[in-house]
Design a protein around this ligand. Sequence first.
Ligand SMILES: [Zn+2]
Length: 391
Amino acid sequence: MELELWWLLGIPVFFGLGWVAARVDIRQLVSESRTLPRGYFKGLNFLLNEQPDKAIDAFIEIVRMDPESADMHFALGNLFRRRGETERAIRVHQNLLARPDLPVEQKEHAQYELGMDYLKAGLLDRAEETFNAMLHGQYAVQARKALLEIFQREKEWQRAIEAALALQEAGAGSRQKEIAQFYCELAQDALVHLHPQDALVLLEKSLQADRVNVRATMLIGDAQLAQGDVEAALLTWRRVEQISVPHTALVAQRMMDGYSKVGRAQEGVNLLKSYLEQASSIDLIEVVYKAVLELDGVGAAKQLVVDELRRTPTLLGLDKLLEARLMDAPVSVVSELSMVKNLVHGYTQKLARYQCSHCGFKARQFYWQCPGCSRWETYPPRRTEELNVMN
Ligand SMILES: [Zn+2]
């Protein structure tokens, strides 16, 4: 009996020990939190209350007192930049750079981030200046990549070529495909300004960078045509089929015009039909259809579309067939048929797009550089519906 009473007395003692232990923990926590600068809480409070400018001031104050807090600045600056608040991001990084005691490594990091802020804000001159000053440090490769992007945005193709070559030398992977495209851009400018000879020199360099560049091959033909040599242009354009048969769709209209010009339209039609047999393409049908219609009349054109539709049943093909059908349809069915055609046509408008294989950006026209993700040669030369049918 007495023994049990002793046990009961033990209970408050255990409670007391627990209370003491808890007090010790709380004291430790309080003393630890006191080592965090008050500015943290102030800054966080401003951030949470959607007062980012005051938050920046508070955080800058911390950095002044505590040089170790640069990482927080980088996090804050990147957060602002991602949200599109580039002015604030710039302020954060500039403040960091203004610190005289900042270690070299962090200084370069801040410089790089500031350059990226300028790039995002579209202040390309300042971005270029910032990255140009960083070509020898630890951010050299990133800076060169950023410069390459800037030159492309500014359409400074010659400088883009130099930047891409420098990146290659720095061991950042092959840029030959892009370099070939930059030469094509320069050549296209030369063609617009009626300098086909200059264009040919540039296009030869393009092919040296990338032997299987379809665009350069197409443009060489254009330059030869501009010099009045249709036969040479036709021979050049025919090389596209050796690189990629589906890409012949892009050059088909030029070829057909060329063959018509030299009085050999039938030869052109036969050639394009042979491409069609190897790789069906609605763009190619469009060109052949028009040519056959002119050469052999409605019946032959209609037959062409029917054959193609049997081989590759697409709405785009049906649309073409209805167009052909309407041409010689009896008056009694014209209104009904044109109603169906308009309906189908409405649907096919959405299917007749080109689509970037990298980011999915859809476009009515074919692009060598995607307007969505800025990558080169990411558009297959086929309409979206054809791609779906093929898959
Ligand atoms: Zn894209």
